[in-house]
Write a protein that binds this ligand. Structure first.
Ligand SMILES: [Fe+2]
Length: 230
């Protein structure tokens, strides 16, 4: 993706969050110079990949399959003494799919915090083969048990939430307008805890046709931006 396109998408996300008066930490709006200046104090942010994040799942069509999010807090999965929880805010566009995946370790609650309807399709994974299983299963929507068959779809209106346990394949998209979605979960480990049904990429390839409006998590390690002090 071109940097100019990413910049535009982050600006739109900022406006979307503002519509709901959803506030981010001050460093969410730092420019590159401030990141460079504050670099010695931001090691935890960068090591835990807190901040702006965007993916097209390696498919090159962000509006069809993609996600823009901001990780607000997270532990370090490699450190036992670290916090064990994470929180994200997701901007899910109308009909924009996050494809089928499950987590081996992470249990997550996905919350519709406003906008359109959030649709999730769910299928349990076989624990041995990790392929979709044909078993019925139970999910909890706002703590209320719901018995489901494979490929069951849950529709969450603003205020509603669902708990997704390990080994439950989920894909989701917005209908009737973009959705502001929260995620409250166990510690998040994007490098080791995402099992996509089809092999997909995690970060987009960026063509630097413009300066970054905001740094994204995949920029922290890019020596070009001068933050590689860890
Ligand atoms: Fe997930």
């Amino acid at each position: 993706m071109q940097r100019s396109e990413i910049n535009g998408l982050v600006k739109e996300a900022e406006e979307f969050l503002e519509q709901f008066r959803f506030k981010l930490p001050p460093w969410a709006s730092w420019d590159l110079d401030t990141w460079r200046k504050e670099s010695p104090r931001t090691r935890q942010i960068r090591e835990r990949y807190l901040g702006w994040d965007l993916t097209d799942f390696g498919q090159g069509d962000f509006f069809k399959r993609g996600l823009l999010l901001f990780t607000i807090r997270n532990g370090d999965p490699r450190k036992r003494a670290s916090k064990t929880y994470a929180e994200k805010i997701l901007v899910i566009r109308d009909n924009q799919e996050t494809p089928y995946h499950f987590h081996w370790q992470k249990t997550e609650d996905i919350i519709n915090r406003g906008g359109g309807t959030l649709v999730l399709e769910l299928t349990p994974a076989d624990h041995t083969t990790e392929e979709p299983a044909q078993d019925d299963f139970t999910v909890y929507v706002d703590g209320i048990a719901r018995k489901c068959e494979p490929r069951h779809r849950v529709r969450l209106e603003p205020g509603e939430s669902i708990t997704l346990e390990p080994y439950l394949y989920h894909r989701f998209w917005a209908e009737g307008g973009a959705v502001l979605a929260g995620e409250v979960s166990k510690v998040n480990d994007d490098k080791r805890d995402n099992r996509f049904l089809e092999p997909l990429g995690r970060f987009p390839r960026v063509e630097e046709d413009d300066a970054p409006y905001r740094l994204l998590v995949f920029d922290y390690d890019n020596p070009e931006f001068g933050l590689n002090d860890r």
